[in-house]
Design a protein around this ligand. Structure first.
Ligand code: ADP
Ligand code: MG
Length: 141
């Protein structure tokens, strides 16, 4: 499904809506899009929708930020990763069994992380404030 966002808060609202539409159990959300596309903004809305406290910022230097909540959120930024081996180094496999929501920025860098069951969110800049957001792998409520 393709959506249009005309402002950061609209992108956040779409993330919040996705949170309400997620299936039960462990969920992987692969985010795609260039720097400044709005991936972190989308995850901020997702966190809000999951009832997560805490401030969502790009976890670039930590690779992963963990948020407790009604449902745990693991927010990854794979920008600095460049191989499946590095994925192993960060303990990615441990997250596969944790039944939380894993939202992954820069999924382009780690295609090996996903098995095809992930939800894909692709954000494309159409102007300064315009974003085309494609969500695949789930129907939004
Ligand atoms: N429609 C929009 N959706 C999301 N962000 C937007 C939008 N329009 C402008 N922006 C700006 O783009 C930037 C997006 O930043 P961020 O969410 O950190 O992107 P990313 O994580 O993809 O690098 C912010 O400065 C935000 O204010
Ligand atoms: Mg980001």
């Amino acid at each position: 499904m393709v959506f249009y966002s005309g402002a950061e808060m609209e992108t956040e609202a779409l993330g919040e809506r996705l949170a309400r539409s997620l299936p039960a159990g462990g969920v992987f959300i692969a985010l795609y899009g260039e720097l400044g596309a709005g991936k972190t903004a989308f995850v901020r809305g997702l966190a809000r929708g999951l009832g997560t406290g805490g401030r969502v910022v790009s976890p670039t230097f930590t690779i992963v930020n963990e948020f407790p909540g009604d449902r745990e959120l693991f927010h990854f930024d794979m920008y600095r990763l460049n191989s499946a081996e590095e994925l192993f180094d960060i303990g990615w496999e441990d997250y596969l069994d944790r039944e939380g929501v894993c939202a992954v920025e820069w999924s382009e860098h780690v295609p090996e992380a996903f098995d095809g069951s992930e939800i894909r969110v692709t954000i494309r800049k159409t102007s300064d404030t315009g974003r085309e957001i494609t969500i695949e792998g789930v129907e939004l409520c």
